[in-house]
Design a protein around this ligand. Sequence first.
Ligand SMILES: [Zn+2]
Length: 192
Amino acid sequence: MAEDFGGGNPRGLHFIAELANTVQDDPEASAADLRAVLEHHGGPPFELTEADARELREATAPLIRILSTTEEDRAAEAINSLLDRYPPRPRLVQLPGRPWSLHTRAPRDAGLTHWLLSTAALALALWLSERESCAWGRCAAPGCRRFFIDAGRRTPQRYCGPRCATRVRVAQHRAQRAGAPSGSADEQAPQV
Ligand SMILES: [Zn+2]
């Protein structure tokens, strides 16, 4: 299997974040759930057995740990250990009608774990070195724990998407209009 994980293109990283969110939300995510994530991100349309799904769920655990940290040294150490264990063997490939782009080549019969962790480690390594920080995070909205990739260049991203950002803004606005929140409302102003 080969996967396009060109540096500076966070497409592969969005796949990693969605996979982490899927497994975090449902530690028993089914083969159909995981296949939907793969296909949504342009992955190969292969069939996943339930055994494959279990393997993918387990392989996602180290990625969740990396996305959970914002300390560069710890993240770099974890990514390096994945690169040692699952060498991605990066190679420039030119697909018909496309520019040269960086792909990984898993050894034949390396399996899903190797494919996922070698490609993910390379994508995270390129991203960390390019952004010089852990440009990812976990949503700060109350009740949401979704991971996101911070592709912005200016202020650090705080929420997983516009929906959570709007929800927090509306709650803050309501709290301001109501004066000090009584503590009985569902939507209190979050700590910002
Ligand atoms: Zn969120």
